[in-house]
Ligand binder design. Structure first.
Ligand code: KIV
Length: 280
């Protein structure tokens, strides 16, 4: 097993066929440069509605709009060449009717060129998933802790504890039967994630779930240490880029204030002098 995946485009059926195989690597990306980096290492790049919290400073994903998802989806599309590109449907854009979901999902796909959409929910959204899939829109599902329902849950609480595990299992089975090609399992007990992974025939992608899932996803700003407002237990920081940015800005500010930046190599001499005949 290598750290980077093979250089071939990943399709929806190709990803679905990875059930039980080599772990599927996923992260989020919202900008072209980050999507380019993610594309080099990941099988699936998600333009998550987490963008609202980590880039726009919103309190929850319930404030994210369709326009925001399309703008970031277009940016990510320019960077993703090989991985599967999936875009989150924002809160309020799909729950009303299957027709509303199709209208907005097709707009997302048409405007961004993404491969698929992701939406949150289980039994109650299964009919909508089937409606979309029958009309040509691949759907990734998301059960367990579904952040768009944070106000119903009363916080970002672990789902599927004890007897509640049956509800989450039923959700996973319902969206699988409806035709979802993959499913995110968020913040549920590891034993339940393993049970669901064994019970359904589509890849499970865990976040705060279990190493037994068919793949893992982390929000890019979490794993790079750029979003530090809070850190869920399931987040592992693989870098501290927020700290690095803070140090870099402190050094820049100091040099500007003491007039040591710009240095001679950063300024342009008069072009009539021998050393001045260049513009870069
Ligand atoms: O919005 C998001 O980034 C997500 C992932 C955490 C799965 O839904």
């Amino acid at each position: 097993m290598s750290a980077t995946r093979e250089a071939s485009s990943i399709t929806v059926p190709g990803l679905r066929a990875r059930k039980g195989g080599e772990p599927i690597v996923c992260t989020t990306a919202y900008t072209t440069p980050m999507a380019e980096i993610a594309d080099r290492h990941c099988d699936l790049v998600l333009v998550g509605d987490s963008v609202g919290m980590v880039l726009h400073g919103l309190q929850s994903t319930t404030e994210v709009t369709l326009e925001m998802m399309i703008m970031h989806g277009k940016a990510a599309r320019r960077g993703v060449k090989q991985a599967l590109l999936v875009i989150d449907m924002p809160f309020g854009s799909y729950e009303e009717t299957p027709e509303q979901a199709f209208r907005n999902a097709s707009t997302i796909i048409r405007e961004t060129g993404a491969d698929a959409v992701k939406l949150e929910g289980g039994v109650h959204i299964a009919e909508t998933i089937a409606f979309l899939v029958r009309r040509g829109i691949p759907v990734m599902a998301h059960v367990g802790l579904t952040p768009q329902s944070v106000n119903v849950f009363g916080g970002y609480r672990t789902q599927g504890q004890g007897e509640d595990s049956r509800r989450v299992l039923e959700d996973a089975v319902a969206v699988t039967r409806a035709g979802a090609f993959s499913i995110v399992l968020e913040k549920i007990p590891a034993s339940l994630a393993d049970e669901i992974t064994g019970a359904i025939d589509i890849p499970t992608i865990g976040i705060g779930a279990s190493t037994g899932c068919d793949g893992q996803v982390l929000v890019i700003d979490d794993l790079l240490g750029m979003f530090t407002a809070f850190k869920p237990k399931f987040v592992k920081r693989y870098a501290t880029l927020g700290e690095a940015a803070d140090k870099a800005l402190a050094a820049y500010a100091q040099e500007v204030r003491e007039r040591s930046f710009p240095a001679p190599e950063h300024v342009f001499p008069d072009k009539t002098s021998p050393a001045g005949d260049h513009d870069t």
